[in-house]
Design a protein around this ligand. Structure first.
Ligand code: CTP
Ligand code: CA
Length: 500
């Protein structure tokens, strides 16, 4: 009996310490498996999708976004899956044949059907937002603008997506959503980092949006947009200048030079030896210039080039009114603007033009860029055509004007100086998603950026490694203790004679 008791006492399984060690050991193993399981999520994610059509003044583009299905509404990163450029001009150009505005979208919509998995079609939201082209058409001819929307709606409703409507964005929305896109893609919002300003140059309007250093919102409430994103507050300054997109600005520059109704103009914003015939009615067929049409004018005028950067700047300066400003500071046309602040991302036509001119390398000074554009403008047209034989002549002819316009708008319009100009980056996309208002628009409409709560971030890698290391160490200690408590019976075993 006493021998049995002795055996029982010596059996480590009957010691409380061993039992405790075993229980802790099991808990540690379960914790290790759970942490590893949570951290190493399945590789094959299921995605959700959203589609936004950007109906711009010069063209329409379709963007498909995707995000991990189990994470919508908070931590999942949204990225651009696909984009499709609609063939032809913007929807506002179909005012006379509205049905064609609808049919023009068909090809890209069919592409979207292929890109989004069929079982997701019905739940995929589809939005269309129109910008300055439709703003102008709406001002000029509301009936025509409504008809274009009707045709577009009809065409979009034929597709199996969850159609959420087509509407004209206000200039503030266009500016603010562009800013949201840039800062979302740069991960600045979630991390509460200093934000980047957004500069968007379209065909018919242009937007500037940034968080000013000291900002008295009450000075001009219409330029202020307050955001609460991921628990951070932002007071954004934004303004959209209708008619100051690059196509309408060119119209205004030509209108300025033809105000007396001449039969020919020599334009400093076009290359020497450039010469085309233009029609007065076509030129003045836009609310941006229609009121300035000369009373007496021939049918056409000859538009020749001179290639003089400084004189071109003079013409462009005449498009801005710097005289009246009832605020502490203005950009132009009596519009309030605080001093520019921080870094900026300049996209759409800012990028197209600067990229064509090879001026997107951030190391170039304002002076170098200005000299380059001046030199480019003075290059004869024949030479330019030889250097760029593959580029559409209409576009090619306009880069001198566009480059000069961009520099003048930024420095004299928005008051960027040598130092602040160097903080502008000319960008097309960020991490594979195009810079523009569409992503910000969708994030807003799908409530995909929480205002209140800061997302609890997934376990950072360092944290994950630390936790796993601690658990493994704990297991090692437990195993060691375990072995030590068994040692009390092991020596006996080893001393037993071996039977050979
Ligand atoms: N590869 C490209 C594409 C476009 N453009 C020009 O860039 C301008 C603006 O294009 P975009 O930003 O697409 O303007 P929209 O969105 O159409 O116009 P808005 O935003 O004013 O409605 C247009 O003059 C267009 O002809 C260009 O020079 N090179
Ligand atoms: Ca645009």
């Amino acid at each position: 009996m006493s021998a049995q008791r002795e055996m029982k006492e010596k059996n480590p399984w009957h010691k409380p310490l061993t039992i405790i060690i075993t229980v802790i050991g099991v808990i540690a193993i379960v914790a290790l498996v759970t942490v590893a399981g949570l951290q190493n999520r399945p590789v094959f994610q299921k995605y959700k999708y959203g589609i936004v059509l950007d109906a711009g003044s010069s063209h329409t583009a379709l963007y498909i976004y995707k995000w991990p299905a189990e994470k919508d509404n908070n931590t999942g990163r949204i990225e651009q899956k696909h984009s499709c450029k609609v063939k032809g001009k913007g929807i506002s150009s179909y005012a006379a044949v509205p049905e064609k505005a609808g049919t023009s979208l068909t090809e890209c919509m069919q592409e979207a059907e292929m890109q989004v998995p069929a079982w997701r079609h019905q739940e995929t939201p589809l939005y269309l937002g129109a910008t300055a082209g439709m703003r102008l058409l709406n001002m000029e001819n509301k009936v025509a603008s409504d008809k274009v929307f009707e045709a577009v709606e009809k065409a979009l409703q034929r597709f199996p997506f969850s159609y959420q409507g087509a509407r004209i964005l206000s200039g503030q929305e266009e500016g603010a959503f562009g800013w949201v896109t840039v800062n979302y893609l740069d991960d600045r919002l979630k991390q509460g980092l200093q934000t980047t300003g957004a500069l968007d140059l379209g065909g018919a309007s242009t937007q500037i949006s940034f968080v000013p250093h000291e900002y008295d919102i009450s000075e001009s409430p219409s330029n202020a947009v307050a955001f609460q994103l991921y628990g951070n507050y932002y007071n954004l300054y934004t303004h959209s200048f209708l008619c100051y997109g690059k196509d309408q600005a060119l119209r205004m520059a030509l209108a300025h030079q033809t105000r007396s109704g001449p039969i020919a103009i020599s334009d400093p914003c076009f290359h020497p030896d450039y010469s085309v015939t233009r029609n007065y009615n076509t030129l003045y067929d836009s609310p941006c210039v229609s009121e300035r049409k000369p009373k007496v004018a021939p049918l056409n005028f000859t538009h020749t080039g001179e290639g003089n950067f400084l004189q071109c700047q003079e013409v462009i300066r005449s498009l801005f009114n710097f005289k009246s400003c009832k605020y502490s500071k203005c950009s132009f046309n009596g519009i309030f603007q605080p001093p520019v602040q921080g870094s900026f991302g300049a996209f759409s036509a800012y990028y197209f033009v600067m990229n064509f001119l090879n001026l997107t390398d951030g190391s170039m000074s304002l002076e170098t860029i200005t000299n380059y554009v001046a030199n480019y403008c003075s290059t004869p047209w024949d030479q330019i055509k030889k250097v760029y034989p593959d580029i559409n002549e209409k576009y090619l002819a306009e880069y001198c004007f566009s480059g000069t316009y961009i520099l003048t708008l930024l420095t004299e319009g928005y008051n960027f100086n040598t130092e602040t100009f160097s903080k502008i980056k000319f960008i097309k996309e960020i991490k594979g998603s195009d810079a523009g208002w569409t992503l910000g628009y969708m994030l807003n409409l799908t409530n995909m950026i929480p205002a209140e709560t800061k997302d609890s971030p997934p376990l950072p890698h360092a944290g994950y490694v630390s936790i796993v290391t601690v658990i493994v160490l704990l297991l090692f200690i437990l195993v060691t203790l375990f072995i030590l408590s068994f040692r009390s019976i092991w020596p006996k075993c080893s001393k037993e004679p071996q039977i050979v």
